[in-house]
Write a protein that binds this ligand. Structure first.
Ligand code: FAD
Length: 482
């Protein structure tokens, strides 16, 4: 467990008393939490790996209130940690270090500002929960395609701040590609009004794209214009057994050629992950007598009808079976069966919590390099004297692997040393293949130092210059990203 060292801030200091009183005047006493028990849930991350300290948890209810809070923080030199649903996996929304800081909880910014079906857009505040946006789109016969296992509690602000990925990136792109405009409050309280609903706008540098993926270190997102898509009429889903990742990549190529933009999911799960899910939830046991080394979940979205969708997927799988590329396949016969197949995929993270100590890696590589990378990474881990098990799954259609290494605990100190050795070996191989050490979860505090170790110094220098220009006092989410 990593907790931040150092003395807690001293809310009794005279300046803190004046600062807290000014916060209460700005947002109301009910929305400034200073009691330790009330603040606790906002001061630790979802996994319980990071714990932080803050003068207060502040919950503004509108953009002018966010601006007022940021002006106060700027005047009093107090740092700000933006937080949405607090489901992030890199410790980005948890305060780091012992400086004077507040958690800016954005959950009350949860209004839908406008819906423009002719333009295919919805404008929402950043505290809206992702699932509510999906449901709103569906109620108007549209699709908002961003989809991830935390969708019932993560927020649009957190999705954009981490440029979230999920299971539909293959067809629709990351959060950045789903957003046309943003409104944000900058470090000194200035409101950047960029809620443009345009698909073309080449009027200078894109502040929208800079703020998206900046993990709360460049500005606080308060609202966004999101793109809506036509809602598919049918979905065909299959689980396919294969021998290895090279075959999965070959099948991906065939599926893209056969289905084009109808291919909306291509998720990889190792046999070891399927076994872990079955141990944890026996109702989700994989359907074959013999465990395959690897399985892929293929999903096709269609705009004609279910029978046509099933026929197309069946034709693809029959041809792959004939050529020996795949060994077996199960085509879902109902939406309930399709949901069960997705539940196997979505149950992996939870199942792995029961398998031992985990070194998790959220990595991305060129799809063409996946098989060679895996062979090299496994060889690098074989050099370690430990009973390591690789639990591999991920969004293979995006080149994004969740490369998780699991072992039985050997005591906190030995586990920490092994964790570091595994991380270094895996990330060194990722860097050698031109990959990313954080494909979709952001750097937060978890990967900040590792990024510094591996990133080109010139690129890091440019990023620091941007941070200095937009937040010269270093008040926005200190200790994260850079
Ligand atoms: P938080 O955790 O509150 O914050 C995340 C970061 O964004 C922090 O740095 C925070 O400071 C910043 N931030 C939050 N709101 C704002 C704002 N309004 N303005 C500026 N900065 C802000 N992620 C994926 O990409 N793909 C997945 O498939 C995926 N699966 C997940 C499955 C599970 C079970 C869990 C728990 C998480 C998963 N995640 C996944 C990670 C996480 O859910 C996403 O990163 C999500 O987008 C974070 O949203 P949030 O509102 O919870 O943000």
């Amino acid at each position: 467990e990593l907790s931040c060292a150092g003395a807690p801030p001293s809310p009794g200091a005279p300046d803190d008393v004046a600062f807290l009183a000014a916060l209460v005047a700005a947002v109301g006493a009910a929305h400034v939490l200073t009691d330790a028990a009330e603040m606790a849930a906002f001061l630790r991350d979802w996994r319980g790996r990071f714990h932080g300290q803050a003068l207060a948890v502040v919950r503004p209810g509108s953009t002018p209130e966010v601006a007022a809070v940021l002006r106060l923080c700027h005047g009093h030199r107090v740092a700000v940690v933006p937080q949405g649903g607090n489901t992030g996996l890199s410790g980005g929304a948890t305060p780091a270090g012992a400086r004077r800081q507040i958690v800016l909880q954005l959950g009350r910014l949860n209004r839908v500002r406008s819906l423009d079906l002719a333009n295919g857009t919805v404008t929402v505040e950043s505290g809206c929960v992702l699932q509510q946006v999906q449901q709103l789109a569906e109620a108007h016969d549209r699709l908002f395609p961003l989809s991830l296992a935390a969708e019932g509690s993560c927020t649009v602000g957190g999705n954009l701040a981490t440029n979230a990925g999920g299971t539909a990136v293959l067809r629709y792109g990351n959060a950045r590609e789903l957003c046309l405009g943003v409104e944000a409050v900058m470090a000194d309280g200035t409101v950047f009004q960029g809620l443009r609903a345009l698909r073309k706008d080449n009027t200078g540098y894109s502040l929208r794209d800079l703020l998206i993926g900046s993990e709360g270190t460049l500005g606080v997102l308060t609202a966004a214009v999101l793109k809506l898509y036509p809602r598919p009429r049918a979905r065909a889903t299959a689980l396919v057994a294969l021998q290895g990742v090279a075959d999965a990549v070959a099948l991906l190529g065939q599926a893209q050629a056969a289905l084009g933009p109808l291919l909306t999911g291509f998720e990889l799960m190792s046999g070891a992950c399927l076994q872990a899910v079955a141990r944890h939830r026996p109702a989700l046991a994989q359907p074959w007598a013999v465990e395959p080394p690897l399985a892929v979940l293929v999903e096709q979205s269609a705009f004609d009808d279910q029978a046509a969708a099933d026929d197309r997927l069946q034709a693809l799988l029959a041809s792959a079976l004939d050529s020996g590329l795949i060994q077996e396949a199960v085509l879902a016969q109902s939406q309930a069966q399709a949901q069960r197949l997705w539940a196997m995929r979505e149950g992996i993270s939870e199942a792995l919590q029961h398998e031992g100590v985990q070194a998790k890696h959220d990595i991305a590589l060129p799809i063409s390099a996946l098989a060679d990378f895996l062979a090299e990474a496994q060889a690098a881990l074989d050099g370690l004297e430990a009973p390591l098990r690789l639990m591999l799954f991920g969004h293979v259609g995006d080149g994004n692997l969740h490369f998780n290494v699991v072992w039985p605990s050997r005591g906190a100190q030995a586990d920490a040393a092994l964790h570091e050795a595994v991380n270094t070996r895996v990330h060194d191989r990722v860097a050698a293949w031109g990959g990313s050490i954080s494909a979709e979860h952001g750097l937060g505090q978890l990967r900040r130092d590792e990024n510094r170790r591996l990133k080109d110094p010139a690129e890091l220098g440019l990023q620091r210059a941007l941070k200095q220009a937009l937040d010269p006092l270093g008040l926005l989410n200190p200790g994260k990203v850079l």
